[in-house]
Write a protein that binds this ligand. Sequence first.
Ligand SMILES: Nc1ncnc2c1ncn2[C@@H]1O[C@H](COP(=O)(O)OP(=O)(O)O)[C@@H](O)[C@H]1O
Ligand SMILES: [Mg+2]
Length: 232
Amino acid sequence: MIEITDLRKIYRMGTVEVKALDGLTLNIEKGEFLGIMGPSGSGKSTLLHMLGLLDLPTSGKIVIDGMDISRFTDYEKTMFRLYKLGYVFQDYALVPDLTVMENVSLPAMLRKDRTEEQTIKDSFGILQKIGLCDRREHLPRELSGGQQQRVSLARAMVNKPDILFADEPCANLDTENSRVVLDLFREINESMHQTIVMVSHEDWHKDYFHRIIRMRDGKIISDGINGASKNT
Ligand SMILES: Nc1ncnc2c1ncn2[C@@H]1O[C@H](COP(=O)(O)OP(=O)(O)O)[C@@H](O)[C@H]1O
Ligand SMILES: [Mg+2]
């Protein structure tokens, strides 16, 4: 469970202040597939960065599974990210000189509690799940955008994180590839009970979410259970 209380993030650029997050309070339940929607500049990515321990809020509190993350040391943050969190970005962010298999194994190799054998087994398993096992020796540039995004999802999932963050993962994909990627997110959420927090700009994506937060000017303007998603 993620508990966010009165979260604020102010960017100062010279004399100009931008309130990217302006007093945001929100609880996210375990296993929830949450969609964050809203116009460009409304603070969606900023919120995800704070929740993902990638940046610090100006004020406010984030508690994940009972732990106040603002009290973490840098080392604890790194470990928390490695063991608990997964990320999928709009631009895939794969390492260009590493093969698909190497990209997917990377986060698993950074962990000290996994043998090499286990890492290979896990990477193989997740590549099978996303249907790209036969492409494991390819470089990212030899794959389509949709395939690259599936690889980045596999990389995010290889350590079986409790929480998966995705910032507009379908922004560079056509409708068909977006569906393939969104179906994978849904399958992961249903089969592995991962909490997923996904930012999206496309209205039709809302069918995938259990619950939708809409943001504007760094605030939540609506928060609702998505009834339509339950039977799709
Ligand atoms: N690193 C930064 N420095 C200064 N301003 C920023 C920075 N990141 C985001 N902003 C500003 O904060 C606001 C929210 O941005 P962002 O969270 O990226 O919105 P969204 O993801 O909803 O498009 C915008 O006005 C943006 O210009
Ligand atoms: Mg954004």
